[in-house]
Design a binder for this molecule. Structure first.
Ligand code: GLU
Length: 341
């Protein structure tokens, strides 16, 4: 247990950060919706002002929350991280690689493009790749595969409560034309086999799992802690493929702004179109941010600025200079770092 005074300081600082990011810039938010790239309208996103939360979970099991941390939202693309983790755990590395690449695509998450040279989706963090990784999850039926994905999500979040939200799933199915087209094209090209509708439903179901921002931060901390949930102590998955997973999150996790994110923030992360970001500071910290207003790439506007600020303040960038790193100092307990400016 950290010193209560340290806890207070961290909470105060997090509250400060939250307040500073509360005002939103409507013009930036509109841009994504007007671009017509997504099916996610502002009405669906709800009131931007109300829905904002920032949570941190350390590998020591400390959790810090600011804002609407208990407001549920759909994982959407963040579920791709966990489907890929299972695909990696269930298959040989080269077999996964032969079906889905590890190259950033530079295209939108739902674009119907492939790595033509290797005849596979570019990476597991775009929709085409996630369809393949869902297919690679072991299970005799899609129901069994979904159960395994849910079990992993629950164990990472440290709760048995995570479920597929049926209303989200039904909406996803109604607006799945691009994903359906992608999946059928991939089957025609020999990148997928089997029942496309079942696979599509499996993918859309995992996208429709609801979590809170606190749970998201704990899931991130579990990844930061080598797949050991720092609160329950449960080993959610073997840790031996975590490097592969985090590498792909680092290069491909933030849609077609992944390069900019790696440059500015510099930690593995994944965002989803509900406006959530899960960011991982290996060996130290998990960060969860939720705020539905999206930018032109599909990333949460507030989420990106909050993470940029946390990374800068704590010297989290993997290539941070020594003096920036001093804020973190290996071995220094994370809560303490959070109180230093
Ligand atoms: N369910 C969404 C889709 O497949 C997820 C997209 C995302 O979060 O990037 O279109």
């Amino acid at each position: 247990m950290p010193d209560p005074a340290i806890r207070d300081q961290v909470n105060e600082r997090l509250g400060d950060l939250y307040e500073r990011h509360l005002p939103v810039d409507d013009e930036r938010l509109d841009h994504y919706y007007e671009s017509g790239r997504g099916t996610y309208s502002p009405a669906e996103a709800g009131d931007e002002r109300e829905r904002f939360a920032v949570c941190l979970a350390t590998v020591d099991g400390e959790v810090y929350e600011a804002g609407r941390h208990d407001w549920p939202f759909a994982l959407h693309s963040i579920s791709k991280v966990f489907a890929y983790a299972l695909a990696l755990a269930d298959n040989r590395r080269e077999d996964v690689l032969s079906r889905v690449g590890v190259e950033p695509s530079g295209d939108a998450f739902n674009s119907i493009t492939f790595d033509e040279r290797h005849h596979r989706p570019h990476n597991p963090m775009v929709n085409a790749g996630a369809l393949v990784t869902s297919d690679l999850v072991r299970g005799d039926s899609t129901a069994q595969k979904l159960d395994r994905i849910l079990a992993l999500l629950r164990s990472c979040a440290g709760t048995d409560d995570l479920e597929v939200a049926e209303e989200t799933f039904e909406k996803e199915v109604r607006t799945a034309d691009r994903n359906r087209a992608t999946a059928y094209l991939m089957r025609a090209e020999g990148m997928l086999a089997g029942d496309v509708e079942e696979l599509l439903a499996l993918y859309l179901r995992q996208c429709s799992v609801h979590v809170t921002c606190t749970q998201l931060a704990v899931m991130a901390a579990t990844l930061a802690n080598g797949f050991v949930n720092p609160i329950s102590g449960e080993q959610a998955l073997a840790r031996d493929r975590i490097r592969d997973l985090l590498s792909v999150m680092y290069t491909c996790g933030m849609y077609d702004a992944a390069g900019q994110w790696a440059y500015e923030v510099g930690v593995p992360a994944k965002s989803g179109v509900a406006g959530a970001i899960l960011a991982v500071v290996p060996g130290k910290l998990g960060i969860g941010v939720y705020s539905p207003g999206l930018d032109a790439y599909g990333n949460s506007v507030r989420g990106v600025s909050v993470c940029k600020e946390i990374a800068a303040a704590l010297g989290l960038h993997v290539f941070a200079r020594e003096d920036e790193d001093a804020l973190l100092g290996t071995g220094t307990p994370a809560p303490q770092q959070l109180t230093e400016r």
